[in-house]
Design a protein around this ligand. Structure first.
Ligand code: CAO
Length: 444
């Protein structure tokens, strides 16, 4: 028995790679060539094998460490002979990388007759630059483990770094299938963003790793809690929902005149009526006329709602939140404007309760106070549509005999194509436009 330091072998063209997976722990017995850690560069990931057989005494790396050739991976109490365990030669060794810090290890040749000596080498774990749309992100040992259990890796959600599938994910999947509970698997796997689908995984390339300091001065700032939460939700919604966005414009010339007038009359009330209050009310009218917009998908079932709660995106110093005006159908413009003001103030102070941000039927994202023409808002799941509004602008409109200056409001409606089709969306927008052009229609 002797204490051996297992080091990172020659890893080809890479100066430094990041440790993304620890495959053994102190006390584990390892064989020669058994994978110890997975490392990743910006181009590929690979497993570092053991040069000796023995018992792991201590790990000398942790997740996220940057390592290079010669870096000590772990200390091993080596068995009597490093030739203790003949192992299969890797099917596709990475460009014959040699390992000067590792002794040669015996391997079985394919014929199993002649024994040859080859150096221990870093095994390619996953070549992200391979143009494969279906390759799940997992190391060879995880793939082997999944193969042994008959687990389709494409169905497993990865909880590792960058969505990598780990041994634990495969185990969680197996346990969930044994329980007949696919949903539990999805939760157990704790995937960061994308909901479980029955199809293949996205097989995306890893996020580019760039040392920005090479190009200039930078500052690192952690995302706010709200940004982390909303980011994960937005990502899931954007990836899972087949979005389409219809753009239209509404003639709000008369409505704007009414809004200005109402604000003048109610100056002392302290309540400011903006176009958003009218948009909320107009949306309620459109939801009543087109009930499939006031719905959510539950598997293959559409849940049609008989209530009218409308969310509005509010920009806060910490990120985006969506407070909800409940029962907007039962409230007048003044009441809606007042509640909106209160909820927006609470949002900015970070004091909104979860109840005040839940139960929405449709959301409105208004950038009218800022500017822009059109954009493509992301649906706030489990809602099936979101209305974006931009800044109203005076445009020349042909009235049949001459051009008239009219105040036009740009509308962008994103909708879930699994529930809604293009013609319905165009009708929804056109109806919304007609209500905003003549607000008496809300009463119809
Ligand atoms: N066209 C022209 N002017 C508009 C307008 C429109 N469509 N909508 C609002 N305005 C005007 C208002 O009348 C107001 O004018 P005054 O200052 O002269 O009174 C000004 O723009 C500012 O309005 P506001 O933004 O304070 O009020 P609001 O009711 O329109 O919006 C709120 C409230 C909370 C939604 C808004 O402050 C906000 O946070 N908007 C950003 C939403 C967002 O980030 N969406 C993106 C989500 S996707 O990432």
């Amino acid at each position: 028995m002797s204490l051996v330091e297992v080091k990172v072998p020659d890893i080809g063209d890479f100066d430094e790679v990041t440790v993304i997976e620890l495959l053994v722990k102190p006390g584990d017995t390892v064989k020669v060539e058994q994978s110890l850690i997975t490392v990743e560069s910006d181009k590929a990931s690979m497993e570092i094998p053991s040069s000796h057989a023995g018992v792991v005494k201590s790990l000398r790396v942790k997740l996220g460490d940057k390592v290079a050739e010669g870096h000590i991976v772990l200390e091993l109490e080596a068995s009597a002979s490093v030739r203790a365990e003949p192992v299969e030669a890797p099917a596709a060794p990475s460009a014959s990388v040699s390992a000067p810090n590792s002794p040669s290890v015996p391997v079985k040749s394919s014929s199993d007759a002649i024994k040859t000596e080859v150096p221990a080498a870093a095994l390619p774990a996953h070549e992200p630059s391979t143009p494969s749309a279906t390759l799940p992100h997992a190391s060879p040992s995880v793939r082997k483990f999944a193969r042994e259990l008959g687990v389709p890796l494409g169905e497993v959600r990865g909880s590792g770094l960058k969505g990598r599938i780990t041994h634990e994910d495969v185990q969680a999947f197996t346990a969930a299938v044994m329980r007949g509970d696919a949903k539990t698997q999805a939760i157990a796997a704790k995937a960061p963003a994308v909901a479980a689908t029955s199809g293949d995984s996205l097989g995306l390339l890893p996020w580019p790793k760039v040392d920005f300091t090479k190009f200039g001065t930078v500052e690192r700032k952690e995302l706010s809690r709200i940004k982390k939460i909303s980011g994960a939700n937005l990502h899931r919604n954007w990836v899972v929902i087949p979005h389409v966005t219809n753009h239209d414009e509404a003639d709000i010339t008369d409505l704007e005149a009414l809004r200005v007038q109402l604000n003048k009359e109610n100056e002392k009330s302290g309540i400011k009526i903006t176009m958003l209050a009218f948009l909320i009310k107009a949306c309620v009218a459109a939801l009543k006329k087109f009930p499939e917009f006031n719905a959510s998908l539950d598997g293959d079932t559409l849940v049609l709602k008989k209530y009218f709660h409308v969310g509005f995106a509010a920009d806060t110093p910490n990120g985006l939140v969506v407070p909800v005006i409940k029962d907007a159908d039962q409230k007048g413009i003044m009441a809606i404007a007042k509640e909106m003001g209160e909820l927006a103030a609470k949002a900015r102070e970070g004091k909104l309760s979860p109840a005040e941000m839940s139960g929405g039927c449709i959301s409105i994202s208004s950038l009218g106070g800022i500017g822009g023409t059109y954009f493509t808002p992301i649906i706030n799941a489990p809602e099936v549509a979101i209305l974006g509004a931009c800044k109203g602008e005076i445009k020349p409109k042909w009235d049949g005999s001459k051009f008239e200056p009219r105040l036009m409001l740009p509308l962008s409606l994103s909708w879930d194509h699994r529930v809604i089709d293009g013609a319905s969306a165009a009708r929804f927008n056109a109806y919304l436009g007609s209500v905003l052009a003549d607000f008496r229609r809300v009463m119809l």
